[in-house]
Write a protein of this length. Structure first.
Length: 251
């Protein structure tokens, strides 16, 4: 297994409010989280850092049991972990005025053998990439809702003035409903987990080409972040790559 995560402040922002965490449980078992904070330097970074590290901590404590859970139990475990983190963040924001209004996106991915399990809140994304690129998560954003309703096209969404308005986040409300996704990886699949600082600056087609051209997760992650900076770097940028997962099935 070849994995790497890279984050960068970008060209415009004064602080990096992105966070990520990766934990290898064994050669065929990994948990990784990407979070994009909001609410000012202290609040945004506090929210994203706490969400990423806390999810990994909760999962690590239950990793052995998770393997033997039914699909429904796995779904409920991921959902409840995110709900718990949201409650903790919301309480923190209520108690500390400096953290008032803080929040974060979260994409948490567990891979065991060929199966993946994802919890998502916000507009950070997870893709699987082989001969084509597939966005697995769905953005919780204003423009995504407009696209779903047929008000605007996907192309129009890319330049919409409200494209950064998200409709769901951790910590901003007392309750939250995460989306849960499950599926299977093939032997040659690459997983990309990233913040919108990457996807707003680099097209899916370009991301696909960079991933297809290399087997080095470190090179890919840093290349994607560097290209996002070259293309403007208007936000913090984070990219986690998990490549050549040994447990993947050949299909």
């Amino acid at each position: 297994m070849n994995y790497y995560g890279h984050t960068d402040i970008g060209n415009i922002r004064a602080n990096n409010e992105d966070s990520f965490a990766i934990k290898i449980l064994d050669e065929n078992y990994i948990v990784s989280v990407v979070a994009d904070g909001m609410g000012g330097h202290k609040g945004g970074k506090e929210a994203s850092s706490f969400a990423a590290s806390e999810f990994v901590r909760i999962f690590e404590e239950n990793a052995s049991a998770f393997i033997n859970y039914s699909e429904k139990q796995k779904h409920n475990f991921l959902k409840n972990a995110v709900i718990k983190i949201n409650k903790q963040l919301y309480k923190m924001s209520q108690k500390d005025e400096a953290l008032s209004g803080m929040g974060t996106t979260l994409v948490a991915c567990v891979i065991h053998n060929s199966a993946y399990y994802i919890a998502n809140v916000g507009d950070s994304r997870l893709y699987t990439v082989s001969t084509k690129i597939n966005q697995i998560t769905k953005d919780h954003s204003f423009v995504s809702e407009l696209v779903d309703m047929g008000v605007i096209t996907k192309e129009q969404a890319k330049n919409h003035p409200n494209k950064n308005v998200i409709t769901r986040a951790l910590g901003t409300e007392a309750s939250v409903e995460p989306d849960i996704y499950t599926g299977f990886l093939t032997k040659d699949d690459t997983v990309l987990i990233c913040t919108d600082g990457l996807t707003n600056m680099v097209s899916d087609e370009t991301i696909l080409g960079i991933i297809k051209d290399s087997d080095d997760a470190s090179f890919i992650s840093q290349k994607l972040v560097s290209l996002a900076k070259d293309n403007g770097g208007t936000d913090n940028i984070t990219a986690v790559i998990i490549k050549n997962f040994a447990g993947g099935e050949t299909r």
